[in-house]
Design a protein around this ligand. Sequence first.
Ligand code: PGA
Length: 257
Amino acid sequence: MTRKPAVVGNWKMELSHKGALELVRALKKLLAKVELTCDVVVCPSYPSLADVAAELKKSGRIAVGAQHVHWEDKGPWTGQVSVTQIAPFVSWCIVGHSEQRELVGLTEEEVRLQTHILINHGIIPIVCIGETASEQQADRTVEKITSQANSLFQNLTRVSLSKLVIAYEPIWAIGTGVTPEASSVAEIALLIRKIAASKFGNEAAQRLCILYGGSVTPDTVGPYVAEPGIDGVLVGGASVHPMQFVGIIKAVQEATQ
Ligand code: PGA
């Protein structure tokens, strides 16, 4: 079973609009002669989505994602952005990032609703799951991931499973420079796939794309993507540095070829 690897850049709130356009132009240039065998996705802030998408439209080599979406398609939700508003610009969207979960107190049910509404609009959700530092210290990682995966898979069909991506991001590894062993990330990927297999069958579970995220750099990425169960990475800090992001893409392509 071959799954297409993916490298996703989460630009968070790090760039000005001008900075976002400069970054995307730099990436285009650096990747111009690179044959892309993985999906490359960049996720700017909302105000830059349209212009970044316009910049990338012609070549179609780099996809655009949003960082968050509301679970309703319209309504009196001041400050929120709906799937119909992002749909003209994106083909991917991060869901349930730990920084969003913390900021707006997202529940597992809301994560599930966001996932569904994106799939219904043909946008690939990148659903983030992961344990906190205290859960990891209390040896509750398996329990947390099992509960998040079970919640996510509720009401999902076998067909819709193939239309989403899961990013395992231990919260204690995000932006800290502290990273888990690749073998323990591979064990978590296996756990997620086993839960998916028990609900949707082995073949569907083997098609599920699982990424790792948390302090990924060109120096740390290798061992993760060398694991056959890990299909790519969700990159935060390093994704706003064009040379580093391209270094990560090249390392992922080399390891997964
Ligand atoms: P990081 O962020 O690479 O800066 O740790 C990852 C993420 O938040 O998705």
